[in-house]
Design a protein around this ligand. Structure first.
Ligand SMILES: [Mg+2]
Length: 371
């Protein structure tokens, strides 16, 4: 296997088409993401992405610094087949920074897959599914625009909406639920507070929400208030999902013991990669907790990594929310659009991640390039 000779880190702003509001913070204009490209002696490349959200996981500057300064010395000169050892070094070199580790693993497995002519799903143990139901998020402060998005999504075959609640009034949340339930009676509706609910009075508000029969209610209260999460999980019949409260397998173990939720959201940007996400799912599975394929504000590249992880992980069974590349970014960095058909994300069968980055487009968006 040929060694890695070059590593390039890009910090780029990806423009988005509308503002978004969440219990934990807003997105306006664009998102700062980090991309990493590794090249081997034969000229093959592997690509990775870190998609941090400062109010949730960390900053793009920290992810770029981890990759460029702290990981580069042991990545260049090594072989992608040594991906597990390289990730172990990354975990020792930098505390936390899960997005940077996710980007590094993505690039290594993309390259290793191309070298071995296997898809990343095969490298992760083999696929248990070939397509994944896609959810879009309803999070625009202008509900009129979201109704148009919902219409467009359902015409494309999408059958899942996740309504972001808790950033405005309770009556605004109920109005949107009522409106979408009436207009789209067959759609699977989920609700995500992103920590936006005050634990005092949360039970009665969630009972109002539960009357619209959502499939689950995600992260109603602040991430570190596990007592409130446990109390709500016991009080409400609708399944409660933990997102911000559970990043990695250690969190998952403790959260399962404390029964803070019925379901977990797995994100490679929280766990620090696809294999670490599979570990979260394995702990959850042992506790009888099903998982959902969440994401951050990602391009199609990170979506591909999440897609391969879910394809290879039976217990991540509640669909995915990889809608940003198609429905939210004004321009993606993949040459071919991220693949969805009839509301289902298609798991690529090509080697590696199965998507090509348009490097010229990325360079035009990048504000910092570290060669
Ligand atoms: Mg969430």
């Amino acid at each position: 296997m040929s060694a890695i000779t070059h590593m390039t880190v890009f910090l780029a702003e990806l423009k988005v088409n509308t503002p978004r509001r969440h219990g934990v913070g807003s997105i306006e204009g664009g998102i700062d993401n980090v991309f990493v490209k590794i090249t081997d002696e034969d000229g093959r490349t592997g690509w990775g992405e870190a998609s941090p959200w400062p109010v949730f996981t960390g900053t793009a500057e920290a992810a770029a610094g981890a990759l460029d300064k702290h990981f580069r010395p042991f990545v260049v000169g090594s072989k992608a087949s040594d991906h597990a050892r390289i990730l172990a070094k990354a975990n020792k070199a930098v505390a936390r920074s899960p997005e940077a580790k996710a980007a590094l693993e993505m690039a290594l497995l993309d390259l290793y897959g191309k070298q071995t002519e296997l898809s990343v799903a095969e490298l992760l143990g083999g696929r248990v599914r070939d397509e994944i139901p896609l959810s879009i998020s309803i999070a625009d402060p202008d509900f009129g625009r979201d109704r148009e998005l919902a219409q467009r999504a359902t015409s494309d075959g999408i059958g899942i909406f996740k309504i972001k609640t808790g950033f405005d009034s309770h009556s605004f949340d109920l109005m949107r639920l009522e409106s979408l339930r009436a207009k789209f009676p067959d759609v699977d509706i989920r609700v995500d507070y992103n920590q936006g609910l005050d634990p005092t009075g949360a039970v009665s508000k969630l009972r109002d929400i539960a009357s619209f029969k959502p499939t689950f209610i995600e992260q109603p209260v602040p991430a570190d208030n596990w007592r409130a999460m446990t109390a709500l999980t016991a009080a409400i019949d609708t399944p409660i999902m933990a997102d911000e409260s559970v990043f990695n397998a250690v969190d998952a173990f403790r959260a399962a013991e404390a029964r803070i939720a019925d379901l977990f959201s797995v994100k490679i940007m929280k766990s620090g990669g696809m294999k670490a996400g599979q570990e979260v799912s394995a702990v959850a599975k042992a506790a009888g907790i099903a998982c959902y394929g969440g994401d951050m504000f990602e391009s199609g590249l990170a979506h591909l990594a999440g897609t391969h992880m879910i394809a290879a992980t039976e217990n991540i069974s509640l669909g995915c929310e990889f809608y940003q590349a198609r429905y939210y970014l004004t321009e993606d960095i993949l040459k071919e659009p991220f693949s969805c058909e009839g509301g289902m994300v298609q798991v690529p069968t090509k080697s590696g991640l199965g998507g090509d980055v348009d490097e010229n487009r990325l360079r035009a968006m990048a504000s910092v390039i570290q060669e």
